[in-house]
Design a protein around this ligand. Structure first.
Ligand code: NAD
Ligand code: TDX
Length: 340
């Protein structure tokens, strides 16, 4: 089948592209990505060598471009990863979050309706459920947990989810939605906690921990997330929401200390800084539905995954140093010039 992956030059989308190209030899993949600050073409370097893969630079909110692409390519499946994804940036500038995350979703769904896409999959997040208190470890997010958002980022993702469900009910668009917990692994942009701490610790820089560092996140290795989405688009039931998570809850301080230990760096690098506004306390996913209905299980524990991830960042210094220096933003011109 032919799959459109939007946001595929980012962290999870790129891992998903590699997953599909490796595991489904007959599938064709087109990536549509605007190459915002969060997208790097060097991330897709190996995919660009595969004939069944095509990269298109473009914005999901650009109706004309999206319409033309859908008309030309006749996609069977659309998987929408494209989003502004960093909570701290959404607090500073909500505007682009509403545009990309909500209006971009609308544009993609309108084209999916017009060109009879067989499945539109929305990659959502556990943050749409808000947060859980630290003193109730018995509580988890299920698919029935009410939407209750904290940041402009999570509000924009929740708005998109509601729109996706509305398109299913009103127009019969064959949709699915997945809501995953925090991912980590290769190609994670170095503004997010884990890659930020690894890249700063390697340069002996201070490590900013918000508030007291007691906030809990439920970490999932990115390949496990990609496998779950792959299962949902092939076997998931139209109209359904699936939560994805692997019961790997850690406080931020535990995560930072684990990385320091692995890198043999001192804890004195930790610096407690001003807390994030509206900072969610705890996320914790109950993945019972996807496990029961689609037999999905995560394969990588946090203890294994964090070792693999640290090794990847050590082996791919050029990838994140290219990002930190800003050089990566010239990759597209270098590769394509004015070809498009
Ligand atoms: P990311 O920020 O690493 O990548 C986003 C990609 O989208 C980038 O390549 C960027 O260039 C592209 N993009 C942004 N705006 C665009 C636009 N208007 N048009 C086309 N492309 C655009 O994000 P990520 O961490 O890979 O997250 C991917 C998706 O998964 C997002 O929808 C996010 O909400 C969701 N999600 C992320 C996590 C996580 O832990 N990172 C967890 C659950 C869900
Ligand atoms: O410098 C930091 N110091 C710090 O203490 C940063 C960047 C983060 N933090 C804390 C805030 C969070 O409690 O670490 C935790 C993780 O922060 P982020 O990496 O920014 O992720 P989070 O806010 O949890 O959101 C992520 O998971 C859900 C993704 O960025 C979202 O796109 C996804 O939907």
């Amino acid at each position: 089948m032919k799959i459109l992956v939007t946001g595929g030059a980012g962290f999870i989308g790129s891992n998903f592209i590699y997953h599909v190209l490796e595991n489904h030899q007959n599938d064709e993949v087109v990536c549509l990505d605007a190459l915002t600050y969060a997208g790097s073409l060097s991330t897709l370097q190996k995919a660009l060598e595969v004939e069944r893969f095509r990269f298109v630079k473009g914005d999901i909110t650009d109706m004309e471009l999206v319409d033309k692409l859908f008309r030309e390519e006749k996609f069977d499946v659309v998987v929408n990863f494209a989003a502004e994804s960093h909570v701290d940036r959404s607090i500073l500038n909500p505007d682009v979050f509403l545009k990309t995350n909500i209006l971009g979703t609308q544009v993609l769904m309108d084209a999916s309706r017009k060109y009879d896409v067989k499945r539109y999959h929305q990659v959502s997040t556990d943050e749409v459920y808000g947060d859980l208190p630290l003193d109730r470890p018995d509580l988890f997010f299920t698919e029935e947990t009410p939407i209750h958002t904290s940041s402009p980022y999570s509000a924009s993702k929740a708005a998109a989810d509601l729109l996706v469900q509305a398109y299913h009910r009103t127009y019969g668009l064959p949709v699915t939605i997945s809501r995953c917990s925090n991912n980590y692994g290769p190609y994670h942009f170095p503004e997010k906690l884990i890659p930020l701490i690894i890249s700063k610790a390697l340069r002996d820089e201070k490590l900013p921990v918000y508030g007291t560092g007691e906030n809990v996140r439920d970490w999932l290795y990115v390949e496990d997330h990609c496998e779950a989405i792959d299962l949902i688009i092939r076997k998931g039931k139209v109209g359904e929401v699936y939560n994805i998570g692997g019961h790997n809850e850690k406080t931020n301080l535990e995560v930072v200390k684990t990385i320091l230990k692995e890198l043999d760096k001192p804890e004195s690098l930790i610096e407690f800084v001003k807390d994030r506004a509206g900072h969610d306390m705890r996320y914790a996913i109950d993945p019972a539905k996807i496990s029961r209905e689609l037999s999905w299980e995560p394969h990588t524990t946090f203890e294994e995954g964090i070792k693999i991830t640290i090794k990847w960042y050590l082996d791919h210094k050029y990838w994140w140093e290219n990002i930190l220096s800003g050089e990566y933003q010239k990759d597209y011109e270098r590769l394509y010039g004015d070809k498009y």
